[in-house]
Design a protein around this ligand. Structure first.
Ligand code: FES
Length: 176
């Protein structure tokens, strides 16, 4: 009985790679695909940045809330507009400021105490003057405020633009 000798064909094995070589091909293609995708995304972001100048400079529409005629607010008075989340405070010299009702410590809603002429926070007892300046810590910053406009004697507040500040300055007041 003769034994059948099976010879391996070295050429055939080299042409038809198996196992690790296929995996390597797959990984190569995957990395190339991901690189291409990242390139496309980066190009898109750069284009957006370069060609969006018009939108960046476009004026943001104001969200004006009409508070009422200026003469209806007495000097030294504070009027709450809870829907707009601000207090309109008229200073003794007639200047207006719209103060956010959020305490600058941890964000609780402050309340106006007419008797003591100050805002008080119920959470940790910070208090603020009628112009929003800190009277008592732990709050360390004056109350944030919204821009006030006075058009034809009518006080309007831009509730879409909250302005943060560290302390009160006179130029934050608006006069008739
Ligand atoms: S949140 Fe107002 S004092 Fe802390």
């Amino acid at each position: 009985m003769s034994k059948k000798i099976v010879k391996k064909n070295p050429v055939k094995e080299a042409v038809k790679p198996k196992g690790p070589l296929n995996r390597r091909d797959f990984l190569d293609k995957t990395w190339k695909g991901l690189g291409l995708l990242a390139g496309v995304e980066l190009t898109g972001m750069v284009s957006l940045y370069l060609f969006s100048g018009k939108e960046k400079n476009a004026e943001v529409p104001k969200q004006l809330l009409e508070a009422g005629p200026a003469e209806s607010f007495a000097p030294g008075s504070v009027t709450g507009f809870m829907g707009g989340r601000f207090y309109l405070a008229r200073q003794q010299d007639g200047g207006f400021i719209a103060l956010s009702l959020r305490c600058t410590h941890l964000g609780c809603s402050i309340a106006w105490e007419e008797q003591h002429k100050r805002f008080i926070c119920p959470c940790h007892a910070s208090s603020f003057a009628i112009n929003g300046e800190v009277l008592n810590p732990p709050a360390s910053r004056a109350l944030d405020h919204y821009p006030v406009l006075i058009e034809n004697g009518i006080v309007k507040v831009d509730i879409g633009t909250l302005k943060e500040r560290n302390s009160f300055r006179k130029d934050q007041l608006k006069y008739v």
